[in-house]
Write a protein that binds this ligand. Structure first.
Ligand code: DMJ
Length: 449
């Protein structure tokens, strides 16, 4: 062998064994995620089967509205299928179909019920082909529809599932604009176009009220159409409004959504992006003047690198992810609100949120850069270290002290575990070209023309 051939041989062998090692690492981590998912799921089943959520420290249960809507069971169903727990998924599906009823006089929050339950039912229907799930989704959609009967077409926040009585006109873009993936899919699968039309109108009416410089505010009155809080950002109360502008184009090919996204992202990059010591962040600004009002970000904002990835802006996505990962590393887990200029924690809670994992998944899936695999591995270790309990998983009251909180949100199953699993597991698990994840990480496949 020539010297050159020897060098090539050594390099190729090293590369192959690196790839093999990474594969082993990946499948071992994916198995760990499955095991931890099952640990938390077993805790929920043991203590709170038939209820909405488990409170993991006291091992008691919470039903959001006094009566159960089987929140955790429905929100987890497609994850059970995706992570390969088919038998458990089938048992849960049967239980849901037999026991879930929306014929209750309870006033529910339209946004939360749409993203967790309507989205969960639709995705599980696509995975199982069980028409009874689609019937449940249709029944729920019909009961939620009165929310849109406001003078502007933007939805009220609450609706009584039995009477259709609505309340609370002060809403926000996330709640008026994060409905179209679920209602639109329901329209496509049932042929009832009213679902698409109402949710689309709510999104457009929100967009139409953007300021002259292209930003939306935090709170809006759905009766008058007036803003009641003009703070603009990509955090809670606005976040997923932007997500659905883009994803409505991705899932339905709706060109108007694409145009609304293009206009919005230009304004976001111009007025909300903030450069601090070479790092990229997105802060708060007044929607009318564009002037900076706060230098805060947080766990909810961490969905934004993922959205930048799918909409094609990898350079900004990478830079923002670097910043947000620093926020995670500052305390070994991310806080709800963080001042990036002062590098201080503003609200210290961590309720098991998925957003930064979601962004890590999209970055790794798209770039293949091992740096994102390493980030995910670190975050996974931190989640297990700080949030695991004997019975399940618990959020944190404080990422500084690591004191636990007696609550386990259903999005732990719907999103956090799912995105970790997708990051580590075999890439062929989903048809990425045809699948769009809702804001609650329920995968929807475009099965219609
Ligand atoms: C989820 O319910 C959804 O992702 C929503 O869009 C924002 N918050 C939680 C998770 O943090």
């Amino acid at each position: 062998m020539t010297r050159y051939a020897i060098i090539v041989f050594v390099l190729v062998t090293a590369l192959c064994s690196m790839t093999a090692a990474q594969k082993v690492d990946r499948s071992a981590l994916a198995e760990q995620v499955r095991a931890e998912f099952m640990h938390a799921w077993t805790g929920y089943k043991t203590h709170c089967w038939g209820h909405d959520d488990l409170k993991p420290l006291s091992r008691t249960c919470r039903d959001w509205y006094g009566e159960t809507l089987l929140m955790t069971a429905v929100d987890s169903l497609d994850s059970l299928y995706m992570l390969g727990f088919k038998q458990e998924a089938d048992i849960t599906r049967e239980y849901v179909v037999k026991n879930l009823s929306f014929d209750k006089s309870i006033e529910v929050q339209n946004f939360e019920i749409t993203i967790r339950i309507l989205g969960g039912l639709l995705s599980a229907y696509q995975m199982s082909n069980d028409k009874r799930l689609l019937d449940l989704a249709d029944d729920l959609g019909r009961r939620l529809l009165p929310v849109f009967d406001s003078p502007t077409g933007m939805p009220y926040k609450y609706v009584d599932l039995k009477t259709g009585k609505t309340r609370d006109p002060i809403s926000n873009p996330a709640e008026t604009g994060t409905l179209l993936l679920e209602f639109g899919t329901l329209a496509k699968l049932t042929g009832k176009t009213v679902y698409y039309a109402k949710a689309k109108r709510a999104l457009v009416e929100t967009y139409k009220r953007r300021s002259a410089i292209g930003l939306v505010g935090t709170n809006i009155n759905v009766e008058t159409g007036e803003w009641t809080n003009t703070a603009s950002h990509v955090s809670g109360e606005i976040d997923s409004y932007y997500e659905y502008l883009y994803k409505c184009w991705q899932l339905f090919g709706d060109g108007e959504c694409r145009q609304m996204w293009d206009t919005s992202i230009a304004a976001i990059n111009r007025y909300l992006a903030d450069e601090i010591d070479g790092g990229l962040w997105y802060g708060h600004a007044d929607m009318n003047t564009g002037s900076r009002t706060a230098t805060t970000t947080g766990a909810l904002d961490a969905f934004f690198p993922g959205l930048l990835v799918i909409s094609g802006d990898i350079p900004r996505a990478r830079r923002l992810q670097d910043s947000l990962y620093k926020m995670w590393q500052a305390n070994g887990i991310e806080p709800e609100v963080y001042d990036y200029r002062a590098s201080t924690v503003v609200h210290a809670g961590y309720p098991l949120r998925p957003e930064i994992v979601e962004s890590t998944y999209y970055l790794y899936r798209t770039t293949g850069d091992p740096i994102y695999f390493a980030m995910g591995k670190q975050m996974w270790g931190d989640l297990v270290k700080y949030c695991r309990t004997d019975s399940a998983y618990a959020g944190l009251k404080s990422v500084v002290t690591k004191e636990k909180q007696d609550y386990m949100h259903s999005f732990l199953f719907a999103e956090t575990f799912k995105y970790f699993y997708l990051l580590f597991a075999d890439r062929k698990l989903i048809d990425t070209k045809r699948t769009t994840f809702t804001t609650e990480a329920h995968p929807i496949r475009r099965t219609w023309k």
